[in-house]
Design a protein around this ligand. Sequence first.
Ligand code: KDG
Ligand code: MG
Length: 402
Amino acid sequence: MKIVDAKVIVCCPGRNFVTLKLLTEDGIYGLGDATLNGRELAVAAYLNEHILPLLIGRDARRIEDTWHYLYKGAYWRRGPVTMSAIAAVDTALWDLKAKSLGVPLYQLLGGASRESVLVYGHAAGTDLDDTVRAVAHYAELGYKAIRAQSGIPGLAGTYGVGRGGTHYEPAEKGAPPENRWSTEHYLNFVPQMFSRLRKEFGPSIHLLHDAHHRLTPIEAARLGKELEPYHLFWLEDPTPAELQERFRTIRQHTTTPLAVGEVFNSIYDCQQLIEEQLIDYIRTSVVHAGGITHLRKIASLAEMYQVRTGAHGATDLSPVCMAAALHFDISVHNFGIQEYMPQTEETDKVFPHSYSFENGLMYPGDAPGLGVDIDESLAAQHPYQRAYLPINRKLDGTMHDW
Ligand code: KDG
Ligand code: MG
């Protein structure tokens, strides 16, 4: 099953996506997501210039060997660009192999460990009342787990809160927008928000919150402690995680479960967090953490330490990644939850797929492979548009963590 053709498709059906398509001599093709939000063309160039020439003529069935060939062979290890490029190849090879055998991918990953995949949706409001309405809307849609974000009194705008709708887009066209931030305002507000949400929605619904890496460990410890009465499913990215031992401080002070890892690209980014049981959920994704092959190794390490998975699934991860995530989620034993932000209609048309959502749960479907395709002629009608994630400054203008 030799690879005879490989191409990188960059398109922007509302937002940018980078997709790898590998074709074999048998006429079967596989897809992999290579989207790195705000740095898309770096991965496209890495694939085009450095990886695709190595793939032509290789045996598409040798998934593990190809992973190490690209990882060890490059000499330069890790990093989001390299690992997203490797992930795209890896995902496309898994898709190809499952298609060639005529089975949905999860059958090659050990088969189904569960009947469905629990997902969480994003409710966000401009203020507390608006956030209550947004959570009610998601509850009506059937979500059993809801991430709640809100505009903060005293701050002009907050990342993750869409303008006049239930969805937000992580990146914006043109120069990076700038947000202003005050930890004091934020810490004073968030416990009030969850107090109100528990009063309105009762104890059963799972509530989650993302702090977007903006706190120091001791501030995060305070927040975790003050949120304890509201029993969050998780508090996400309380502090930047380059220094994994920083989580010891948070952990010593609070029983609020912690979730980290959407920016990680390797098992070495979370080894200490997992082995010291400093977190409860690992959020690495198929696209940014080296593909299904590497993600399974992270999940296996996590399983030994009772850490569960909770993969990143914002709209900057394409439907190809979502499909791969769902096959991973349904098969891996220590699955916890999957993030899900529905894509726009335009995006769903470019990437027709067999996965589905019903009543707060998702299903990868039983089509062979990933069960996702790309309509290349439609994709060509949506050319790339440069876009950036916003940046975050304190009230006095100092650049702050995201
Ligand atoms: O590209 C970055 C976004 O995907 C990220 O900011 C979204 O934090 C996020 C999340 O939890 O989905
Ligand atoms: Mg996040």
